[in-house]
Write a protein that binds this ligand. Structure first.
Ligand code: HSE
Length: 412
């Protein structure tokens, strides 16, 4: 029998308890021994629930209990999760987590301690909820040189964009629904401003490129400016708007970006709707591969946590090597990244607006929706971000243009 403890009885923590109880027999069989939940740490009491007798408010009780070998940290946030995790690893306990903030910031340091102590720090649940992606990058795809990872890594924003698109609804209204369903973070800004996806692509890029990609270096833009009108234009161009988290190798440089993107409706990621997440990976041997599933929610995330617990049980005193160097990666400047852009302008002079666009941007593809005489929309050729930004400034100053109301990156 092996004792474990859960830190935090919130959405994910209660999901872990539920999964351990629902699939008790098969989980124990796969772990090779019985997994016994000895403690749940939380500030609150939970009278009348299955965990009322194992609740503790004192972390030291878990830390100093030598019979506890695995800790599931599902508290979220940096502190006290960081101190608790570090202390557990230093005591020779393995830690599994869904905490992407902590993994993105302190991953290399915590992995080094785990290695030193011959235990494990596992974080499958930190990216893509229930979708296996950390283990594939660490194990199944080691024959490949990965040169691109593009993901829909945030369930809340994908849910919001899908509803806006399919039901023609407003951003604020749909966001409230996502919060009520428990998909959004406590502070939904982390979702809608792209910060949650940014941490997740930082983790994936660090694993794929075996250097530390600092999330603070990643260009990040959220979905708050996306409107129903943008959705209509995207549809007219046979595209879908998705919040994409990307890291890509160009020559020997890597760029990383989180931003809403108009994606061709032939692209596999354009069919990923609702709260689903997907991660599209390109490797030089395997080619293209996509991982798809529930990227948020109580049970899918708990499924990944429990699978990591099982792995930790199977490798109790053996560190599973994780490729994440402490060496920081210098990312390519966003200014130099090649991109094509959808641009929507208000105008009183449609043909003059079109002529100016051609004059400034060169070849363009006009996008039309019905009754668009007061608006002119087009997609540019590929140029660098910096060139496009300069041209947008010039276009905005053209006499035929009242105002540029949208600019959204476009991916083939
Ligand atoms: N708020 C996150 C999401 C939860 O919507 O994807 C999973 O990290």
């Amino acid at each position: 029998m092996i004792n474990i403890a859960i830190l935090g009885y919130g959405t994910v923590g209660s999901g872990v308890v539920e999964v351990l109880s629902t699939n008790k027999d098969s989980i124990n069989k796969k772990a090779g021994q019985e997994i016994n939940l000895k403690y749940v740490l939380d500030l609150r009491d939970f009278p009348g629930t299955p965990i009322e007798d194992i609740i503790t408010h004192d972390y030291n009780e878990i830390l100093n209990d030598e019979s506890v070998h695995i800790v599931a940290e599902v508290m979220g946030g940096i502190e006290p999760a960081y101190s608790f995790t570090k202390a557990a690893l230093l005591k020779g306990k393995s830690v599994v987590t869904s905490n992407k903030e902590l993994v993105a910031k302190y991953g290399p340091e915590l992995l080094a301690i785990a290695k030193e102590k011959s235990v494990n720090y596992l974080f499958e649940a930190s990216v893509g909820g229930g979708i296996p992606i950390i283990r594939p990058l660490n194990q199944s795809l080691t024959a490949d040189e990965i040169y691109e990872i593009t993901g829909i890594l945030n369930g809340t924003t994908n849910f919001v964009l899908t509803k806006m698109d399919k039901e023609g609804r407003d951003f604020d209204e749909v966001l409230k629904e996502a919060q009520a369903l428990g998909y959004a973070e406590k502070n939904p800004e982390a979702d809608i401003e792209g910060r949650d996806a940014c941490r997740k692509i930082a983790i994936l890029s660090s694993l794929a490129f075996d250097m530390h990609v600092d999330f603070e270096d990643i260009y990040t833009e959220g979905i708050t400016k996306i409107t129903k009108k943008d959705m209509a234009y995207a549809k007219a161009a046979n595209k879908d708007i998705k919040l994409l988290a990307t890291s890509k190798k160009i020559g020997n440089k890597v760029y990383a970006r989180v931003a809403p993107v108009m994606l061709d409706d032939e692209h596999p990621l354009s069919h990923v709707n609702g709260v689903f997440n997907a991660i599209f990976v390109k490797g030089n041997v395997i080619g293209e591969i996509m991982f798809y599933g529930h990227g948020a929610g109580k049970l899918p995330t708990a499924s990944a946590i429990v699978a990591d617990v099982v792995d930790a049980v199977k490798h109790l005193s053996k560190n599973l090597m994780t490729f994440w160097s402490t060496k920081k990666m210098e990312l390519m400047s966003i200014d130099d990244v090649p991109v094509s852009m959808f641009i929507l302008a208000k105008t009183d002079f449609y043909s003059a607006a079109k002529d100016s666009a051609k004059k400034l941007f060169g070849p363009i593809k006009v996008v039309e929706v019905i009754e668009s005489e007061e608006e002119f929309a087009f997609i540019t050729d590929v140029k660098t971000e910096k060139e496009i930004a300069n041209l947008i400034k010039l276009y905005n100053a053209e006499p035929s243009i009242r105002k540029i109301i949208s600019s959204i990156r476009v991916e083939a």
